[in-house]
Design a protein around this ligand. Structure first.
Ligand SMILES: O=P(O)(O)OC[C@H]1O[C@](O)(CO)[C@@H](O)[C@@H]1O
Length: 496
């Protein structure tokens, strides 16, 4: 039997039966790592399933590939690059770690200079980037920047000018630091927003507007060509993928907004998760177990989606961050060797914020016909200072939803019945601080990696985004014919 057939042949017991059959189930399927409690007991994972996935991991040489990634081998084979985001937090091959340290030192010096007034009186930070050059920093400042915010930080990504106009409407152009974040420094949306932001500064007679521009990029030459002074370019390595780049200079809004100490703690929390992932046996390895559950649902139960719900307003951007991380990494159809994967790859990641989502989409989760593995992410220590009841209600709702999904309820009226046996996992953080958030994000990164290795795909390229970019460029340049529908839309909008 191939390793996948062993997995596909796993029995499908009901969740409540699994609890009844094993009084140790909770302790066997929960873990505590780096300030995060992981509970997979309300998923259909069993000891037998974990063994089957561990056998597949062995057949796919997960341990060897993990070591190759940390060791700096070119595991991103289609782009012939190493994968170096762990080196940013001090875990990886010695040369990559040393290089990352140097670049972090440079980043810190520039931040010190800005804080010391070298670029004038800076009160606002306008960070322009898109995808991985925006989602990560945005998540960090939104999650952690509520208290003692040192600067007003705005993150602008969309090419829709409304986004930029909204962001700058209350900013003083003379007191704004313009941060251009782009790994390639060629992304159309970012370059256009950058031009418009600079124009805004010029129109308001800001003295030496270029002097207030900082570039975060793996292409420093391009940033210089654009007009950024070399001393204000914070480079990072080609081996740091866009969606894995918040640990590099791309994390500048967090480092400047929260302080360097907080940024270092973020890196340390991620490094703790790196060590856990690298050194722990698979049956106690949080990213591996989470990936096994993901694959059980996509491959055995044919779930097409998965839904993380942040039961914490501070983590409201986590689902969209995870969408890019998971879907851009593993939404692929071919294996590393170019042959078809021949089975479903990444689930469609969607989700939201609890308790809001309970009153909007949970109907489908409880009674709909799709099986959706749900993930609850909650924090024990409250983020608010209101009466205790707010946080109590928040957490109790998260836990009750998981119980209801699993238990269900049978009554005579089918419209009022709940099938139950619907899986969920829970990630319960002790506190939401930089260290724990770092560990949480690194957990998701490694979970994506395990999914990719077991499916045989390269999680680190993203060629699927290129064709749309090419077509948009062609449409902009004109002179190229499209299908009748697209031609008609271009004409109707007056864009020909
Ligand atoms: O940082 P850049 O080069 O501007 O790219 C932004 C984003 O665009 C993508 O390449 C997808 O279009 C992402 O992978 C990346 O995070």
């Amino acid at each position: 039997m191939s390793d996948w057939s062993a997995i596909e042949a796993l029995p499908s017991p009901k969740l409540v039966e699994l609890f009844d059959a094993d009084s140790e189930r909770l302790s066997k399927l929960s873990l505590d790592v780096a300030g995060i409690h992981f509970d997979w007991s309300k998923t259909h994972l069993t000891g037998e399933a974990i063994e089957a996935f561990a056998a597949l991991a062995k057949a796919q040489d997960l341990a060897g590939k993990r070591d190759a990634m940390f060791g700096g081998a070119h595991v991103n084979v289609t782009e012939d690059r190493p994968v170096e985001h762990t080196a940013e937090r001090g875990e990886g091959n010695a040369d990559s770690v040393a290089r990352a340290r140097k670049l972090h030192e440079r980043m810190r010096s520039l931040i010190d200079a800005i804080e010391g007034g070298a670029l004038g009186d800076i009160r606002h930070v306008l960070h322009i980037g898109i995808g991985g050059s925006a989602l990560g920093p945005h998540l960090l400042v939104d999650a952690l920047g509520r208290e003692d915010a040192r600067y007003d930080v705005a993150i602008v990504s969309n090419v829709d000018g409304v986004a930029l106009e909204d962001a700058i409407k209350d900013f003083d152009p003379a007191a704004t630091l313009l941060v251009l974040a782009s790994k390639t420094f060629t992304t159309k949306e970012t370059m256009l927003n950058a031009e418009s932001a600079l124009q805004w500064m010029k129109e308001h007679n800001v003295e030496d507007p270029y002097g207030k521009v900082i570039a975060l990029t793996a292409a420093p030459d391009k940033a210089m060509e654009w007009g950024v002074d070399e001393t204000r370019i914070l480079p990072f390595g080609e081996g740091v993928g866009g969606r894995y780049s918040l640990w590099s200079s791309i994390g500048l809004p967090a480092a400047i907004g929260l302080g360097w100490g907080a940024f270092e703690e973020l890196l340390e929390g991620a490094a703790e998760m790196d060590r856990h992932f690298r050194l722990t046996a698979l049956h106690e390895n949080a990213p591996a177990l989470a990936a096994f559950a993901d694959l059980y649902y996509t491959q055995v139960r044919h779930a097409e989606t998965r839904a993380p719900f942040a039961y914490d307003e501070r983590l409201r951007l986590l689902p969209s961050y995870l969408q890019q991380l998971e879907m851009e990494s593993n939404g692929k159809g071919v294996k590393v060797d170019g042959t078809p994967v021949g089975r479903p790859t990444a689930a469609i990641t969607w989700g939201g914020v609890g308790t809001d989502a309970q009153h909007a989409v949970f109907q489908l989760l409880h009674q709909g016909t799709h099986l959706v593995p749900v993930e609850f992410i909650a924090v024990i220590e409250p983020g608010d200072t209101l009466a205790e009841d707010h946080h109590r209600q928040l957490l109790l709702n998260a836990f009750a939803q998981g119980a209801a999904l699993m238990k269900g309820k049978q009554v005579e009226d089918p419209a009022r019945s709940y099938s139950g046996d619907r899986p969920s996992s829970t990630l319960l953080l002790d506190v939401l601080d930089p260290r724990t958030l770092g560990a949480l994000i690194a957990f998701y990164e490694h979970r994506v990696f395990v999914n990719g290795v077991l499916l045989g795909i390269n999680s680190f390229d993203q060629f699927g985004v290129e064709l749309g970019k090419e077509m948009a460029k062609a449409a902009d340049q004109g002179g190229q014919s499209f299908d009748p529908s697209t031609e008609d839309l271009i004409r109707r909008a007056g864009l020909e």
